[in-house]
Design a protein around this ligand. Structure first.
Ligand code: PLP
Length: 222
């Protein structure tokens, strides 16, 4: 495992694409994150609040921290002071809590809405119906301390490349529909499409991802 080569390879693959690499550092020590930082990586993703709040103060302050995992409402307050982007907003209740905590510290918190695109039952996220129900709710307009910047999705864990491609492509379609749709306002813009992990980021790139979340292909197996 050669971290430098891994990062260089992925950056080459994203060249000429409007896509940012998020290095997913969950379970990896501060020293590994520093090594990636020294290779120029500034965006890191974690999926546990506890781990994120422990690592953040121990590392350079210009790191942009991405909360990529399922976020419990009672833990939102711990990350709102510094988080760069919350990828996994999967319920209206969670969005409201983020807004509430953002308001307390007078910060607008950038968020992505997680959309359920996979076949597996266990994955978190809004269905299309749930999404539109939320977007039509007048309470949406009162949330002044969250800024929805796009969508996030996870494809089915499968070897079937065509299925993965189809799931990403469905998400991209939804992204484009919302971009041109009636919900657009300063607090709801479609700029970021977070999709693609170690096993499927090349497909995600082809399908229009603007953020790939790559862990094991950089840091090795967990
Ligand atoms: C762990 C994780 C990743 C990265 O997974 P790899 O397969 O190691 O690249 C990406 N997104 C989310 C939401 C994750 O939890």
């Amino acid at each position: 495992m050669n971290l430098k080569n891994n990062i260089e390879k992925i950056l080459q693959q994203t060249q000429n694409k409007e896509c940012r690499l998020i290095a997913v550092s969950k379970t990896k020590p501060v020293s590994a994150i520093l090594s990636a930082y020294q290779e120029g990586v500034r965006d890191f993703g974690e999926n546990k609040v506890q781990e994120l709040v422990e690592k953040q103060p121990a590392l350079p302050q210009d790191i942009r921290w991405h909360m990529i995992g399922h976020l419990q409402r009672n833990k939102v307050k711990f990350i709102v002071p510094f988080v760069h982007l919350i990828h996994g907003v999967d319920s209206f209740k969670l969005l409201k809590e983020i807004n509430k905590q953002g308001k307390k510290i007078n910060r607008v918190i950038p968020c992505l809405l997680q959309i359920y695109i996979a076949e597996e039952e266990s994955k978190f996220g809004f269905s299309k119906e749930e999404l539109y129900t939320m977007l039509k709710d007048p309470a949406m307009e009162t949330l002044q301390h969250v800024k929805i910047k796009g969508l996030m999705g996870m494809a089915t864990f499968t070897q079937n490349q065509e299925q993965i491609r189809k799931e990403f492509s469905n998400l991209k379609d939804l992204f484009e529909t919302l971009k041109g749709g009636p919900y657009n306002n300063p607090n709801f813009t479609m700029e970021e499409l977070s999709m693609g992990m170690s096993g499927d980021y090349l497909i995600a790139l082809e399908e229009g991802s603007t953020m790939i979340r790559v862990g094991s292909a950089i840091f090795g197996e967990r």
